[in-house]
Ligand binder design. Structure first.
Ligand SMILES: [Cu+2]
Length: 280
């Protein structure tokens, strides 16, 4: 079961999620994480330099924020908050429980009143402009196995080699499955940066897509003390094992007909669930 689709997981439960209910209204985004004992839990392990990562995404993927709230003595996490636009948002709390090795991701929906124009998800989008930088992602997501994704940052056609450490790496990548916004854990490759070091233009990550289909990716990177967010769309094709993998048992060759049904004639009709697993 992919992460991030439930209020509760691993004995923890997200409660009392509160935020302004209209765009442009200043307030706080607050939430409480209840532990296995039913009491507010705050004793999390530091992961990517923070105890709790808050990811907020409009359900069409058109808005994304990644922030770090503060906890008060009663165990309530909060951060000053103002919505830019109406719509329904999924709020993820991502943390590593006390003495656990892996993170837990809980989520809740928050509604912001007003007119909402959903942004359609693009087919595949590997290049985007963010804060004056051109950011490109290479590599392919594959269903059910880890794959390497490399982002590259340029400005004015020149490689940017002054990426600053941000959250324990030279960039932080979040991947969500289009359709249900399931949350993928993405790991940076290589050693964490030393203080004062810079790097670039490439940053390498490893991610595993739970299924075929489209994924929304959001990269936070930092240059000159400023954090920028670049958004991408990738398609996990679900071909496994890849054609170049070591040979397995030889499959019988059949001469009649195509090996699978195609949908060329009708373009967007898919007959096996929500996965866009054979777009070509
Ligand atoms: Cu974070």
């Amino acid at each position: 079961m992919p992460a991030g689709l439930s209020l509760q997981a691993d004995g923890y439960r997200l409660a009392a999620v509160d935020a302004p209910t209209t765009p442009g209204t200043s307030g706080d985004l607050t939430l409480t994480v209840l532990g296995p004992d039913g009491e507010p839990a705050t004793d999390f392990e530091v992961s990517h330099e923070q105890e709790l990562h808050l990811i907020v995404v409009r359900t069409d993927g058109g808005e994304f924020r990644h922030v770090h709230p503060e906890v008060d003595p009663r165990g309530r996490w909060s951060i000053p908050w103002q919505w830019q636009s109406s719509g329904t948002y999924r709020v993820y709390a991502d943390f590593v429980p006390h003495e656990a090795e892996a993170s837990t991701t809980l989520s809740a929906l928050v509604h912001v009143a007003g007119d909402f124009e959903p942004v359609p998800v693009e087919k595949t989008s590997r290049s985007t402009e963010a804060g004056g930088y051109l950011v490109t992602i290479t590599g392919d997501l594959a269903a059910g196995r880890a794959s390497t994704l490399t982002v590259s940052v340029t400005r004015g056609g020149q490689p940017v080699t002054t990426l600053e450490p941000y959250l324990g790496a030279y960039g932080h990548l979040v991947a969500l499955r289009a359709g249900d916004l399931a949350y993928l854990h993405v790991h940076p490759h290589g050693q964490g940066p030393e203080a004062g070091e810079t790097a670039g233009p490439e940053v390498v990550f490893e991610a595993t897509a739970p299924t075929a289909g489209q994924y929304l990716l959001y990269l936070d990177f930092k240059v000159d003390g400023q954090v920028h967010t670049a958004a991408f769309v990738l398609d996990a094709d679900g071909v496994y094992p890849p054609p170049s993998a070591e040979p397995g048992p030889v499959e019988p060759v059949t001469e009649d007909g195509p090996e699978r049904t195609t949908d060329d004639a009708h373009g967007n009709e898919h007959d096996e669930g929500a996965g866009h697993d054979h777009d070509q």
